[in-house]
Write a new protein. Structure first.
Length: 95
């Protein structure tokens, strides 16, 4: 059986337009409480991909209310407008 990292890489290779963490959890049939494990795996994947000649890009989370873009993949509340309508980060693989 493949590791979580390997399964995430395979999944991202299949979906050229990228995936959100929630979509990855759903497609991998994981428990929704494993979000932290998926985020931890995503933080180590760029080093693995570098050896394979690939790069992973993150389209950052964004506040739906005011458009504020976050720097980290996980966000719960907007610091600008205090809104909680946050679009999830999207992860994409490219050569």
């Amino acid at each position: 059986m493949r590791t979580l990292r390997g399964r995430i890489i395979d999944l991202l290779l299949e979906h050229e337009d990228g995936l959100r963490v929630g979509e990855m959890i759903q497609l991998l049939n994981l428990d929704p409480r494993m979000e932290r494990d998926v985020l931890n795996a995503l933080s180590t994947i760029p080093g693995i991909l570098k050896r394979k000649g690939l790069k992973m890009f993150m389209i950052p989370p964004k506040c739906s209310s005011c458009g504020f873009e976050f720097r980290r993949p996980k966000a719960s509340r907007c610091p600008r407008c205090k809104g909680q309508r946050i679009e999830e980060a999207v992860f994409v693989l490219r050569t």
